[in-house]
Ligand binder design. Structure first.
Ligand code: ADP
Ligand code: MG
Length: 239
């Protein structure tokens, strides 16, 4: 479980997050929506300490962020996938997936390879294991990036606009992988502009604006019957 209490984050004098309270239960899929610049990425980045909160507390699986020693422990529990895939270009697909588990979890090459191959099967790319990233399509690269994050055996996954950088015809294959993970019971937070997908996969949708969670609820309630003016206005622009 991830518990976020009173999370605040400022960049200089700009207070981006003014007090975010959010609990993500095991197996829960939370989708975060909101205008550009509202702090969606910052929330995700605070969860695995890519940004240091200026206030509040985040507890991941019982590990409090206010204890600096726990940063690495938390990062092992939380996998993150970004808009850009950031695969290492000089390594094969398999090597990209094996690297972190061997380095930080100290598992053997053989075990790392077995895990990597089975994850590639899961994302439908087993036959690409010896390929280099630049020979893959954007959608394939993003699926490798997901497999790479899963290789650390995280308890939670964070997705920050995982399909925003993709050509339209590749969006579905990536969303389908994420959907399968959700079905397997992986707890996750997803920032996305794919509202159809959000409806399919989310247990809960959060609308973030002005530094706060303005509205949250089941996808059908938030999308079809938004209560807050700001949510209505945002949805009217994108739906
Ligand atoms: P979103 O993901 O909702 O589009 P972000 O979380 O990326 O929004 O950014 C929220 C605000 O914080 C924006 O105004 C952005 O310019 C600012 N911001 C984000 N990261 C930094 C940073 N490292 N330094 C300064 N300002 C930042
Ligand atoms: Mg963002």
């Amino acid at each position: 479980m991830i518990e976020i209490k009173g999370l605040k984050k400022s960049f200089g004098t700009h207070e981006v997050l003014k007090g975010i309270d959010l609990t993500i239960q095991d197996k829960e899929v939370v989708v975060i929506i909101g205008p550009s610049g509202s702090g969606k990425s910052t929330i995700l980045r605070c969860i695995n300490y890519l940004e240091v909160p200026t206030g509040g507390d985040i507890v991941v699986d019982g590990i409090s962020m206010n204890d600096a020693k726990s940063i690495n422990a938390v990062r092992m529990e939380v996998g993150m996938v970004f808009q850009r895939f950031n695969l290492f270009p000089h390594m094969t697909v398999l090597e990209n997936i094996m690297l972190s588990p061997m380095k930080t979890r100290h598992i053997s090459r053989k075990e790392a390879e077995e895990t990597a191959v089975s994850l590639l099967r899961k994302v439908g790319l087993e036959e690409k294991k010896d390929a280099y990233p630049n020979t893959l399509s954007g959608g394939q690269q993003q699926r490798v990036a997901i497999a790479r994050a899963l290789a650390m055996k995280p308890k939670f996954m964070l997705f920050d606009e995982p399909t925003s950088a993709l050509d339209p015809e590749m969006v579905r294959e990536v969303l389908d992988v994420i959907k399968a993970l959700a079905k397997d019971g992986m707890a996750m937070a997803i920032v996305t502009h794919e509202m159809g997908f959000a409806r399919e996969v989310a247990d809960r949708v959060l609308f973030v604006d002005g530094g706060y969670i303005v509205e949250e609820g089941k996808p059908d309630d938030v999308f079809s019957h938004p209560q807050e003016e700001r949510t209505k206005e945002f949805l009217s622009k994108i739906l």
